[in-house]
Design a protein around this ligand. Structure first.
Ligand SMILES: [Zn+2]
Length: 286
């Protein structure tokens, strides 16, 4: 059974928790067993971290990131744990983040791309390709930042490491946005300019060092201008890869109360007052 956000249980779980927040009482009754099933599909590493194997994509190592990796499961489990006040799911979410931290590259200041490591073979061969660090929603640091917002809901309980992960990931989103197209080359919401614009719209704003709304508008403008003559975008018409996602990103630059295609949790927006920007993220503590 697919476990991930895009094709499987983690995505369904996030939708159910969102539906519960919108007033659907039955959805949370379905979500509990689904969370238990998601946990049962995980694998435990030597340090107690949790990961999942995406067999549909040939994953034999445990990919990281939001779309098909441990990040998406961490968000789903944390949101469920928070919604039903069950520490079991919150602890599982922490352990998924712990697993991903084992792939963090201190020198690069970013997570290594496990997919590319697997492609290079069990014994990593730098001749077959350099280490890859990604700056997108689907597999990269910006998506990892977004996933940590589930655990950040509980500011009394969140670990230093999770807060640091979020800070690092949002910083990478800022780098990708301000240097576009150097670090991300596409324009879609999944792994391109529109996605970085979306993630920056959730990043905590520090007026002294950044202007996320302006960067998000510039990125969305780049995405809008990349269509072909017949108004198709490079990835076609779809939400994650194509025109629909770029269109939603453009609408959200005008009206931020429209639900983002990358964080489908409407109740999160109710915590933001008009004029406020971004999800609250604790400052780094080291
Ligand atoms: Zn992608």
């Amino acid at each position: 059974m697919p476990f991930d956000v895009v094709d499987g249980l983690a995505g369904a779980l996030i939708a159910l928790v969102g539906a519960h927040a919108l007033g659907s009482p039955d959805s949370i009754e379905l979500a509990g067993p689904m969370g238990t099933l998601l946990m049962s599909l995980s694998v435990t590493d030597r340090s107690g971290g949790l990961y999942w194997l995406d067999s549909a994509r040939g994953d034999t190592m445990g990919f990281i990131g939001f779309a098909h990796g441990a990040s998406g499961c961490a968000l789903a489990l944390a949101e469920l744990g928070h919604a039903i006040c069950d520490p079991t799911f919150l602890e599982a979410a922490e352990r998924a983040c712990q697993y991903e931290r084992s792939w963090y590259d201190e020198v690069a200041g970013n997570w290594r791309d496990v997919r590319s490591i697997q492609e290079r073979g069990a014994v990593e061969n730098p001749i077959l390709g350099p280490d890859v660090h990604r700056y997108d929603w689907c597999y990269g640091a910006p998506g990892i930042a977004l996933s940590r917002t589930g655990l950040l809901l509980d500011s009394d309980r969140v670990s230093t490491e999770v807060a640091d992960d979020a800070h690092i990931g949002f910083t990478k989103a800022k780098s990708a946005g301000e240097s576009f197209p150097r670090l991300v080359h596409d324009v879609c919401v999944c792994h391109g300019a529109a996605g970085i614009a979306e993630i920056l719209s959730f990043a905590p704003e520090d007026p002294a060092v950044s202007d996320h709304p302006r960067t998000a508008r510039t990125l969305t403008h780049h995405a809008l201008l990349s269509h072909h003559d017949d108004l198709t975008w490079p990835g076609g018409y779809g939400l994650m890869l194509g025109a629909a996602g770029v269109g939603m990103a453009a609408l959200r630059r005008v009206d931020p109360t429209i639900v983002s295609p990358l964080l489908l949790l409407p109740h999160r927006y109710s915590q933001t007052k008009p004029g406020e920007h971004g999800i609250r993220v604790l400052p780094p503590r080291r």
